[in-house]
Design a protein around this ligand. Structure first.
Ligand code: NAD
Ligand code: LMR
Length: 325
């Protein structure tokens, strides 16, 4: 459990971007750490975006949030990460129409190598890191491998958006509310190869029954390609829903969960996922750590879907081998 009295030093990278704009105000209002936990906010941006980040800081100040103790805007990694207890690594390029998230690997990978090194050197020893910038799983791997003095478990990637999308699609299909469901999870990569899995899903404690054709031909591709659908319809990559999922992820990491959540965590080899890859799993949070749900019997279909996404994670990892000490 979080120490409710101690101030959190929270670094948000890409603070002038779309997600940063939605995320910072939720953190400031207490949605992540709690209504009684003060926060020092640190906004990291690249030099050209510093004026816009200062504008965001002015708006944060104008909101007079009772929990916000200080706001720092910087382009300097040492200043940004010194004493950080929670880091949201958002800053990076988003994809545009027609791109896959993996196409961002070259553009964004070096950012996470530099930030991993800075976290290693300057952050609080128990820092919690959530990578949002795409391709998020492999960027989290890069950051973690560049932070050898921190536990790899401290590095996670955002797959809670996929989890929330799965809940929402299922609830809409069954004319129900998302909150009625439990034991839903998304395995693999935050990409079109991911496997949103309803095998163990329950509604009000009873197994969920869905038509196979809807499940395999509509639900799975809909959730897996929802990011592209948002870009197509909205004309820009998801932002408020991504920020909301990032809030959910960090909130649950800090406060713990009973039911399953999807978090992309460093694999310990569970379910045949190669050790060290950052992969989406069914997880629960307890004592400030994500734990992969153990003991699930997987069908051939599940194993094949997971293996396909893991193969993509391996290929991404191999493509950035030069950034993995
Ligand atoms: P954006 O372009 O609106 O903002 C990105 C910001 O990052 C910009 O202000 C830019 O100046 C800043 N930035 C770039 N390099 C930086 C660096 N080295 N240090 C600090 N800041 C830096 O993009 P956005 O819509 O906010 O999306 C940000 C990232 O999040 C993208 O990679 C996007 O694909 C990803 N994303 C991930 C998920 C997910 O579920 N994992 C969901 C939505 C978006
Ligand atoms: C999303 O899932 O909405 C984000 O990862 C943005 C994208 O490129 O799809």
């Amino acid at each position: 459990m979080v120490d409710t009295q101690s101030t959190q030093r929270v670094t948000v990278t890409g603070a002038a971007g779309n997600i940063g704009y939605a995320l910072l105000f939720r953190i400031a209002s207490g949605d992540v750490f709690g209504a009684d936990v003060p926060v020092d906010l640190v906004l990291l941006e690249i030099e050209p975006a510093l004026p816009a980040a200062r504008g965001v800081a002015m708006e944060l100040a104008d909101s007079a949030f009772p929990l916000v103790r200080s706001i720092t805007v910087t382009a300097d990694l040492e200043e940004a990460f010194t004493g950080t207890t929670a880091a949201f690594l958002v800053g990076s390029r988003p994809r545009t129409k027609g791109m896959e998230r993996a196409d961002l690997l070259n553009a964004n990978a070096e950012i996470f190598s530099a930030q991993g090194k800075a976290l290693n050197q300057f952050a609080a020893r128990d820092v919690k890191v959530l990578v949002v910038g795409n391709p998020a799983n492999t960027n989290a791997l890069i950051a973690s491998r560049n932070a050898p003095d921190l536990d790899p478990q401290q590095f996670t990637a955002l797959m809670r958006l996929d989890h929330n999308r799965a809940l929402s699609q299922l609830a809409q299909h069954q004319g129900a509310q998302s909150v009625e469901y439990s034991q839903v999870a998304v395995w693999g990569n935050h990409s079109a190869s991911q496997f949103p899995d309803l095998t163990f899903a329950q509604r009000g404690g009873a197994p969920v029954e869905v038509e196979t054709s809807w499940y395999t031909e509509e639900f799975i591709p809909r959730v897996a390609k929802r990011g592209a659908e948002i870009i197509e319809v909205r004309g820009a990559s998801s932002a408020a829903s991504a920020a909301s999922a990032a809030v959910d992820h960090m909130h649950d990491w800090v406060h713990g969960t009973q039911d399953w959540r999807t978090a992309a965590v460093v694999s310990d080899g569970s379910y045949g996922v190669e050790e060290g890859l950052v992969c989406g799993f069914p997880t629960v949070a307890r004592d400030g750590r994500w734990h992969i749900v153990q003991g699930l019997e997987l069908s051939e279909f599940q194993q094949e879907r997971i293996a396909a996404s893991v193969a993509e994670l391996q290929a991404e990892r191999d493509a950035v081998a030069h950034l993995l000490p």
